[in-house]
Write a protein that binds this ligand. Structure first.
Ligand code: TXA
Ligand code: MG
Length: 329
């Protein structure tokens, strides 16, 4: 790992976008906001930069990256879109959706970034800062979430700094992100497949397809050797404290991550309490999820107890992240 780098933090804006583009061109690592979470960008065509990116995150090299581009024309230089993939792209891009499609013959994305697969994951982010950086840079940018591998994803520039300061070149600070969970990943195979629930709910995708999304043959995370969504490792998004799901009470040495208006027994004695959404709004809960996990973790409770969250709309992505955070390590 290249450590001891002087990590520069710049506000978003024209100067920030131009500095980001220069660092990317020079093979540097640049964190920037997208509408889902902060990403850690590198030039998708520069294998050395991508090797630094894997090292900075401590990310296993079998876990491929998402290529970010500013528009559909740029996406089609990287991946082959059939009619269904194009329909999803036109319906939801720019936005919190990633499509996995076959690579084009002259795909500029380095093999290291796709972990040797013949498919590539592509996303057009909606965030204006991400768009400005992609347009100023002019090429595709691979960007995983800007956290140490396995840790909670960053929704603020300060989260990026606390994980990666000294390991990356630049953080562009665009304030808090809007969605708060990563993009939904759809594999555009014979049957379009939900590889990762995320910031675009399943029902909206199925409404455009007119058919239900297929499930991966092995539940992602159930078996790490399963190649369809190799990044869906069982333990991920994990705070230091143990996470206890479906809490109906809270112990005095626990912190509580609440959801909705109900008050649990023990809440007054808990180490700390934060409510993802007192009005039980799932979009608000998603936006607060990762930041609240980090804040509660900072109080060093024995465990973080989490109230049940409905498995609908963005609740599917929230519960996916919480189940991975709760895996015993
Ligand atoms: O919202 C997001 O998607 C954020 C922002 C920064 O864009 N990025 C993000 O990247 O979440 P990351 O690296 O944390 O997650 C990428 C996921 C991994 O689970 C990886 O395995 C999967 O995408 N992936 C990448 N390429 C793939 C491919 N060719 N086939 C299947 N899964 C792929
Ligand atoms: Mg990630």
């Amino acid at each position: 790992v290249k450590t001891g780098l002087e990590t520069l933090v710049l506000p978003a804006g024209l100067a920030g976008a131009e500095a980001a583009a220069r660092r990317l061109t020079a093979g540097g690592l640049v964190a920037f906001p997208t509408e889902t979470v902060y990403g850690l960008g590198a030039d998708a065509a520069n294998a050395a930069a991508i090797a630094h990116l894997y090292a900075a995150k401590g990310r296993p090299a079998f876990n491929p990256l998402i290529a970010h581009v500013p528009d559909i024309a740029a996406a089609r230089r990287i991946g082959r879109f059939d009619a269904r993939a194009l329909r999803l792209a036109e319906a939801f891009w720019p936005g919190p959706l990633t499509l996995v499609v076959p690579k084009t013959d002259d795909c500029p994305v380095a093999d290291l970034a796709t972990a040797g697969l013949d498919t590539v994951a592509i996303r057009i982010p909606a965030h204006e800062v991400a768009q400005a950086i992609l347009r100023a840079f002019g090429g595709a940018v691979v960007a995983p979430s800007a956290n140490i591998s396995g840790h909670v994803s960053p929704t603020l520039a300060a989260h990026v700094a606390s994980d990666l300061s000294g390991r990356i070149d630049l953080i562009v600070d665009g304030g808090p992100v809007a969605v708060g969970v990563e993009s939904t990943i759809v594999g555009c195979f014979e049957a379009p497949m939900l590889l990762r629930p995320g910031g675009l709910s399943r029902d909206r995708i199925e409404a455009v397809l007119g058919a239900p999304l297929a499930r991966p043959p092995v539940e992602p995370g159930g078996d790490d050797s399963q190649p369809l969504a190799p990044g869906m490792l069982a333990s991920h998004y994990a705070p230091r404290a143990q996470v206890r799901l479906g809490a109906q009470d809270v112990a005095p040495d626990e912190a509580l991550l609440a959801f909705g208006p109900a008050r649990l027994p023990g809440v007054d004695a808990a180490v700390a309490v934060m409510n993802l959404s007192p009005s039980a709004d799932l979009d608000e809960a998603a936006a607060n999820l990762f930041g609240y996990l980090r804040s509660l973790d900072a109080k060093s409770p024995r465990a973080i107890a989490v109230m049940a969250i409905p498995e609908e709309e963005l609740g599917e992505a929230i519960n996916d992240r919480l189940r991975r955070a709760a895996v015993l390590r």
